[in-house]
Design a protein around this ligand. Structure first.
Ligand SMILES: Nc1ncnc2c1ncn2[C@@H]1O[C@H](COP(=O)(O)OP(=O)(O)OP(=O)(O)O)[C@@H](O)[C@H]1O
Ligand SMILES: [Mg+2]
Length: 603
């Protein structure tokens, strides 16, 4: 050690590393695995304006990645330059960095890829008669020749990490590497529906999109029919700020147990975003059970100068300069669309899903509502169907009145429906202009009660009514700790409770909006419900208790007269989210006239 220190010439201690070494180090930031190569090449092809892109990989991309595009091509005189670090055609000044319109901008990708693999580039612009072919090995151009070629660019990257064996060791099995590539390309296919994309692995086509601009069609191609069926469109614009949101989210009655279907793009770039995760959580508050997630394919456009994409070499993390505005804009847009009529579950759609499910025994994407739907259409859905149709779909359903067209996102009113009757002591059947509705009385009631109570909690002196016979109740031992908070919550909701001996309480008043038996069931549920995890916020814990207790409070098969039915529908109109009960089950199903005609094989 001493020896080395003495030997050192201080003037030589700091020196620039040779290019081969520095390139390898820098490449490590950009090229981690085959996926990185596919990502960079794909982004270049998109930036080049390609309408068609073919990606071919072998052995998970470790030995071979080829990407062919029909984009603008690279002029022969620049072709060798692209492998130099910081060579880019996409920005010229430092100011350009603040408003990036393209996916690439650093001029680093091809240099990085070339530093750790063997690369062949064939490219031709429309202006040129012949193309050029360049061979690069470990960052050095070894060959360059004229060649016949189509317009566009083909890049072949082979033997990744041949000159950095340590990094090669860290690659995962082929299957894992190819799965990452499939996942990434699937997402990009959604964001660029106008580009025809095809992925081939070891000679097999894994997927191929049509490039016809239909996002939903691509979701169907790339994901499953079931995923695509449960989606409603999202549209939002804020012109002054230049924000635009589009895409699809799952209807409130659909949910998943994982986040795999939360997919976001900002200005055409796939990103991860805790902020957008949060936006969805907020937009779906009270619409999903805890631990369930919606599906969301969201495409956000904002002015490029309000975004920093340069915070990570992979460009998958971004920073919004106006986080709060973006958050509010997105939550509002999504909520607005969640309240549109499209968000209502469509009966015909369920039937299609159910019948296709019969052939698929292993279906992991079962949604909450489909499980629930079974209890009305269980075993023999046709008989059920026929009963409903013969009982409640007389000639009026032939649609004499033209449907009153609603603007997208405009709220539709249950109280405008014509009530035809009630079936199975719990489902209201009603008709709109060209649609037949079945409303689950219980779920609707639960929603109304939940929102009324939630609105009351924390507010001042809610309406209460005296009990003729007061209720006596006990609080179980294991809940003693939480008892004071629960009693406070009940008082906030309109209960009047007094201590009555060491363990007992006497209830003298109940909320005006419940009848005594409802009030008692609700109270017992709040007092006896298992304690929360302790990690939830007090507000969330309150909601949890109310949500749970509503279910206990609402009676199942209660036969209502026509005036009661009407007032139930009016009350449902006043709720913020009439589409699901607080637990996420649908409050109603609908058949459009078309659906019914289709089921009768008339269309
Ligand atoms: N498929 C392609 N078609 C046309 N030009 C291309 C293509 N791929 C690369 N180029 C040209 O090569 C240049 C260098 O590409 P490279 O990916 O290394 O950098 P970049 O895209 O500019 O920035 P970044 O490092 O952020 O990706 C690009 O700026 C572009 O001019
Ligand atoms: Mg690039």
């Amino acid at each position: 050690m001493q020896q080395r220190k003495d030997d050192m010439d201080l003037t030589q201690r700091i020196r620039t590393l040779p290019k081969e070494i520095s390139d390898k180090i820098a490449a490590g930031e950009v090229v981690e695995r085959p996926l990185s190569i596919v990502k960079e090449l794909l982004e270049n092809a998109i930036d080049a304006g390609a309408a068609s892109i073919v990606v071919e990989i072998q052995n998970g991309g470790k030995t071979y990645v080829r990407l062919t595009d029909n984009g603008c091509g690279i002029p022969a005189r620049d072709a060798a330059l692209v492998f130099q670090r910081y060579a880019t055609s996409k920005i010229t000044t430092a100011e350009d960095l603040a408003s990036i319109q393209t996916l690439g901008f650093r001029g680093e990708a091809l240099a990085s890829i070339a530093a750790v693999s063997r690369v062949e580039l064939i490219t031709k612009t429309t202006q040129q008669k012949t193309g050029v072919k360049i061979t690069v090995e470990g960052g050095n151009v070894t060959d360059m020749e004229e060649t016949g070629a189509e317009d566009g660019t083909t890049i072949i990257v082979s033997d990744l990490f041949f000159n950095t064996p340590v990094r090669k060791k860290f690659l995962k099995p082929d299957r894992t590497e190819s799965a990452l590539i499939v996942d990434y390309l699937s997402k990009m296919a959604l964001a660029y529906p106008n580009i025809r994309m095809r992925l081939i692995h070891n000679g097999t086509i894994l997927f191929s999109t049509q490039g016809k601009g239909n996002v939903l069609q691509n979701i169907l191609t790339v994901y499953s029919r079931q995923t695509a069926n449960g989606l409603i469109p999202v549209q939002g614009n804020q012109k002054e700020r230049g924000y635009a949101l589009s895409g699809y989210v799952s209807r409130p009655d659909q949910s998943r147990s994982n986040r795999k279907h939360l997919i976001y793009f900002v200005n055409g770039r796939w990103i991860r975003s805790p902020l957008i995760d949060d936006v969805l959580r907020e937009a779906y508050t009270d619409k999903l059970f805890a631990g369930r997630y919606p599906a969301a394919f969201l495409f956000l456009r904002i002015p490029p100068d309000r975004l920093d994409v340069n915070i990570h070499p992979h460009k998958t993390e971004i920073k919004f300069l106006d986080e709060q505005e973006i958050r509010t804009f997105m939550v509002q847009s999504i909520r607005q669309n969640l309240l549109s009529e499209d968000a209502a579950p469509n009966m015909a759609r369920y039937l299609t899903v159910k019948s296709s499910r019969r052939n698929q025994s292993d279906d992991k994407e079962e949604t909450v509502s489909q499980i629930d739907i079974k209890h009305i259409s269980l075993n023999d859905e046709r008989t059920h169907y026929e009963t409903v149709l013969s009982e409640i779909a007389p000639e009026e359903s032939a649609g004499r009145n033209a449907p009153a067209d609603k603007l997208p996102g405009e709220r539709f009113l249950f109280s405008e429906l014509r009530i035809l009757g009630c079936v199975f002591a719990g489902y209201i059947v009603a008709q709109g202009s060209d649609t037949l509705y079945m409303i689950d009385q219980h779920a609707a009631h639960e929603r109304i009660l939940f929102e009324k109570l939630r609105g009351t909690a924390g507010g001042k002196s809610p309406d209460a009514q005296m009990m003729i016979t007061p209720i006596l109740t006990e609080i179980p031992l294991y809940l003693r700790e939480e008892a004071p908070e629960r009693l406070t919550l009940l008082m906030e909701l309109g209960y009047h409770i007094e201590e009555f001996g060491p363990k007992e309480y006497i209830i003298k008043e109940i909320p005006a909006l419940m009848d005594p038996s409802e009030a008692e069931a609700f109270l017992n549920d709040v007092l006896n419900n298992e304690p929360g995890t302790g990690r939830t916020e007090p507000k969330a814990e309150k909601e949890r208790l109310i949500m749970h207790a509503c279910k206990a409070a609402v009676k199942v098969a209660n036969i209502l007269d026509i005036r009661e039915l009407e007032s139930l529908l009016r009350a449902l109109d006043e709720t913020e989210n009439p589409f699901t009960c607080p637990h996420g089950r649908p409050t109603f199903l609908r058949f459009s006239q078309r659906d019914i005609e289709k089921l009768f094989l008339r269309k």
